[in-house]
Design a protein around this ligand. Structure first.
Ligand SMILES: O=C(O)CCC(=O)C(=O)O
Ligand SMILES: [Fe+2]
Length: 313
């Protein structure tokens, strides 16, 4: 059983999740005060976010591999994942190929989402009410780490990879991000059409505004294959990343032409070929929060000499 070593109060089974969350929020406020007094650098603040978050987790919330915990995190996700037949995997890969995106609803429970939102709001608060992204190591101890380490979740990716690309899947290591958009910086993080560097992308919305601009996900599916050479991938990226292409794509969006719009539902799991598909998100209002958990898997150019020489390996 995982005992949170950062915990500043003990985890007891007779304390409700809500109580833990409210205690965590109180600690978040204290940390915020502390950071404004000491002008601490963001990385150390992020470590403290982790501390706040870990302190919220009742000891009963156990890792994926443990048997019959009294109260289990990601249990909805685990039960769906453990029943995935090969036919279902083929159907998912087929939908990613034909529709561009596959969606499974209610992947996370309301309790999972509540805990994840706790992390989002602590991170935003400690980041000065601006957009923040927490990466792998900053998510250690969270439900998102538990999910990333869950063998059934990992095998979903390798199975989809083989079914969709007909290649032997590489070992599963995620490039994981919890992307929290809010404040003025929302605009600079939105409508930036791009290709991911990884073949498969899973996206789980944690917080989506219920009024005003929703920050819909936008995708032009499967516009390219997996490039045989990193150089060709770079050329694609240079063409896509420039101002003219971005303007053309935004015009295309305003004309409603050829771009699929997906209104994201918190707790659903979305899967798409991130490397192969041009995609981005719309903005949300400055005062709103949009948070998405992303799991990127399989860098086709992981072994590229050129990539390493360019310092991107
Ligand atoms: O948050 C989103 O909707 C998409 C983010 C994304 O595509 C990325 O981080 O690579
Ligand atoms: Fe992306």
């Amino acid at each position: 059983m995982r005992i949170p070593h950062f915990a500043s109060f003990s985890c007891r089974s007779d304390i409700s999740l809500e109580t833990y969350i409210s205690r965590g929020e109180k600690e978040g406020e204290d940390l915020l005060k502390l950071s404004s007094q000491t002008n601490e650098a963001p990385p150390s603040i992020k470590l403290k976010i982790k501390a706040v978050f870990l302190s919220r987790k009742p000891a009963e919330l156990t890792s994926c591999s443990e048997k019959e915990p009294i109260m289990s995190s990601i249990s909805n996700a685990k039960s769906w994942l453990s029943e995935l037949s090969d036919d279902k995997i083929n159907a998912i890969a087929h939908e990613m190929n034909t529709e561009g995106i596959y969606c499974h609803s209610d992947f996370l429970s309301a309790e999972d989402l509540a805990r994840m939102r706790g992390v989002v709001y602590s991170a935003i608060s400690l980041g000065g009410q601006q957009s923040v992204s927490l990466k792998n190591n900053e998510l250690a101890g969270s439900d998102l780490e538990i999910l990333a380490n869950c063998p059934e979740f990992q095998s979903l990716f390798s199975r989809i990879y083989s079914a969709g690309l007909g290649r032997a899947p590489p070992e599963v290591h995620f490039y994981q991000i919890l992307r929290c958009l809010t404040g003025k910086s929302v605009l600079s993080h939105s409508l930036m059409f791009h290709y991911d560097s990884y073949a498969v992308t899973a996206l789980v919305p944690v917080e989506i505004p219920q009024s005003g601009k929703r920050g819909d996900f936008l995708i032009i599916p499967n516009t390219r294959g997996i490039r045989s050479n990193y150089l060709f991938n770079l050329v694609d990226k240079v063409i896509l990343d420039n101002a003219l292409t971005q303007r053309i794509l935004r015009t295309r969006l305003s004309l409603g032409k050829g771009i699929r719009r997906v209104a994201m539902v918190p707790g659903s799991l979305y899967l798409f070929w991130g490397y192969r598909s041009i995609h981005t998100n719309e903005p949300v209002d400055e005062g709103a929060v949009r948070a998405t958990a992303l799991f990127h898997y399989a860098d086709p150019h992981a072994e590229s000499y050129l990539k390493r020489r360019l310092g991107r390996g």
